[in-house]
Design a protein around this ligand. Structure first.
Ligand SMILES: *Cc1c(COP(=O)(O)O)cnc(C)c1O
Length: 400
């Protein structure tokens, strides 16, 4: 089949694909390492990883081999039976996270939904009804399904009138304001959900002191602490999970995005307290622990393990190089490992991303004024330098 170009794809999208996304005028056809190629043959450096997903780049040989081998052996049988890749992965995830159990699902939102169910059931088992409120932070993002959307603390952007009614039992508190959370009615709360670095909200790391206080408050009141690590997890911030950087131990940890290097996969980790909260029939999903996804995830962990310490260094290197550009349109740079936010001044992020694409760099936006980079975690100096050279040239031209 002849490869379709952007001008052939666009009308098909316009006719047949739900218009939920405003797309950039670029099609991608092929990838290799940290580079992407359009059907027209143009090359791009990937500083986006498909929103933090392609953590080992594109077509990494080890990942590819794991996927091919598993697909040839067996892809899917459902959770009604025992299979090996999910079992080995569960052991490995518990070992690297210090958590005690895992439920596998297929996306971030689905993983957040499961975490919410764990919190509600844990509280009901122990205290009976009425203690069902989940405290969530303003400016957070937890996904697009109904409960995850309700948990998302950006009402103007996400809680559209036409989707009402939302799920009951969520309350919003400002991030980094411990007094506001502490003052919260203790009788009805069962859990707190946080992103340690608010990703979609603008790459905003929570402050360490605040996070420690929140963890202690949760402990004291027997509220579950749900750390949504869908974006921050699986090495993105230079640790397997961001909570390891903050020195806390959450109870439930939804993860997804980077786990399987591009295949739809996710899940939530369970701490000691909630290891056995969900029993037979309490939760489920048809595709969970899909064998190819689990095998891909194992390959991702194997590829990342030796390079984990380098992720922070790469993030710092990028930060320093951007600082040294001295661009007036750059207001602030925030980095946690390879999760980077460049706060812009005088240029909208959408405008910047469009211009960067034109010049061969794939980047993302976040919040109202942030240019976001989530490069593959395997990225090397040459691709970083080439990408940053495009950034410098593009932003310098835009700000004039
Ligand atoms: C992306 C994201 C989600 C939603 O993940 P999907 O796979 O798109 O459902 C949830 N939480 C956080 C923190 C995210 O970054």
């Amino acid at each position: 089949m002849k490869t379709k170009t952007l001008s052939e794809l666009k009308p098909i999208y316009d006719t047949h694909i739900s218009a939920t996304y405003l797309r950039y005028p670029v099609a991608f056809h092929r990838g290799g390492g940290c580079r992407l190629y359009s059907p027209e043959g143009k090359e791009y450096i990937d500083f986006a990883s498909g929103i933090g997903v392609s953590s080992v780049g594109h077509s990494h040989p080890k990942w590819l081999n794991a996927v091919n081998q598993q697909a040839a052996l067996l892809t899917h049988v459902s959770n009604l039976y025992y299979t090996e890749p999910g079992a080995v992965l569960a052991e490995k995830l518990c070992q690297i996270s210090g958590m005690k159990g895992v439920f596998f699902s297929n996306s971030g939102a689905e993983s957040v939904e499961g975490a919410i169910k764990v919190a509600r059931k844990y509280s009901h088992d122990k205290y009976g009804g009425g203690r069902h409120t989940i405290l969530t932070l303003q400016n957070s993002f937890h996904g697009r399904t109904m409960a995850a959307l309700t948990a998302t603390g950006q009402p103007e952007k996400f809680h559209k009138d036409y989707f009402y009614p939302f799920v009951q039992g969520f309350e919003y508190v400002p991030a980094n304001d411990f007094a506001a959370m502490e003052a919260y009615d203790k009788g009805t709360v069962c859990a707190v959900i946080i992103e340690l670095v608010q990703g979609e909200g603008g790459v905003l790391p929570l402050c360490g002191e605040y996070v420690k206080n929140v963890a202690a408050l949760c402990q004291k009141n027997d509220w579950l602490l749900i750390a949504d690590e869908v974006q921050t997890g699986i090495g993105r911030v230079g640790h397997w999970f961001a909570y390891q950087n903050y020195g806390i131990m959450p109870d439930v940890v939804p993860f997804a995005k980077g786990i399987a290097g591009g295949l739809p996969f996710g899940g939530f980790l369970l701490g000691e307290k909630v290891r056995n909260t969900l029993g037979a029939g309490d939760h489920g999903t048809t595709y969970g622990a899909n064998l190819v996804c689990a095998a891909a995830a194992l390959a991702v962990l194997e590829i990342l393990e030796p390079i984990l310490p380098s992720i922070k260094e790469k993030g710092e290197y990028i930060c320093e190089k951007i600082q040294a550009m001295n661009l007036p349109c750059v207001k602030e740079i925030r980095a946690k490992g390879l999760m980077l936010g460049v706060q812009l001044h005088g240029i909208t992020p959408a405008h910047a991303v469009t211009a960067l694409l034109e010049n061969g760099l794939v980047a993302l936006s976040a919040g109202a004024d942030v240019l976001r980079f989530l490069p593959p975690l395997v990225i090397e100096k040459k691709d970083i330098d080439d990408g940053l050279a495009i950034m410098e040239k593009t932003l310098d031209k835009l700000q004039k």
